[in-house]
Ligand binder design. Structure first.
Ligand SMILES: [Zn+2]
Length: 120
C-alpha cells in the first residue's frame, strides 16, 4: 500500500513540474508573439521609408495602375484613415493599441483603454 502512495507522490511532483514548465512555455510564446508583432510593424514602417527614400517608381506605378482611380480619390484622407484602420486591425488581431500596454497581447478579452481609444 505504501508503494502506491509513494508512486502517487512521485506522479504529483512530476505533474507540478510539468505545470511549471507549461507555464513558462506559455509565457515564452506570449513574448514571441509580441516580438513578432512588433517586428511586423517595424518591418512595415521600414518598407514605407525605403519606398519613399528610394522612390520605387516602378512598384508605385504598378500599384496605382492596379488600384485604379478610386484610390487616387481617397488619397488625400489616407493619412489618418489608414492609421486608424491599422490600429483597429491590430486590436482585432488580439493586441493592445492603448498607450498603457501598446503592442502587448490581450490575454483577458477586451481592454477598456483600447476601446476608449478606438471610440475617439
Ligand atoms: Zn489596451
Amino acid at each position: 500500500m505504501n508503494d502506491i502512495f509513494q508512486r502517487m507522490e512521485e506522479i504529483e511532483a512530476q505533474l507540478l513540474h510539468a505545470h511549471t514548465e507549461f507555464g513558462s512555455l506559455k509565457f515564452k510564446i506570449k513574448e514571441l508573439l509580441e516580438q513578432n508583432q512588433q517586428l511586423l510593424i517595424e518591418n512595415e514602417q521600414l518598407r514605407k521609408v525605403l519606398k519613399r527614400e528610394n522612390g520605387y517608381a516602378a512598384v508605385e506605378t504598378e500599384q496605382r495602375a492596379a488600384a485604379g482611380p478610386s484610390k487616387e480619390a481617397t488619397g488625400s484622407t489616407n493619412g489618418v484613415g489608414e492609421g486608424y484602420d491599422n490600429l483597429a486591425r491590430l486590436y482585432h488581431e488580439g493586441f493592445h493599441i492603448c498607450n498603457v500596454y501598446y503592442g502587448h497581447l490581450r490575454m483577458e478579452g477586451d481592454c477598456l483603454f483600447c476601446l476608449s481609444f478606438l471610440s475617439k
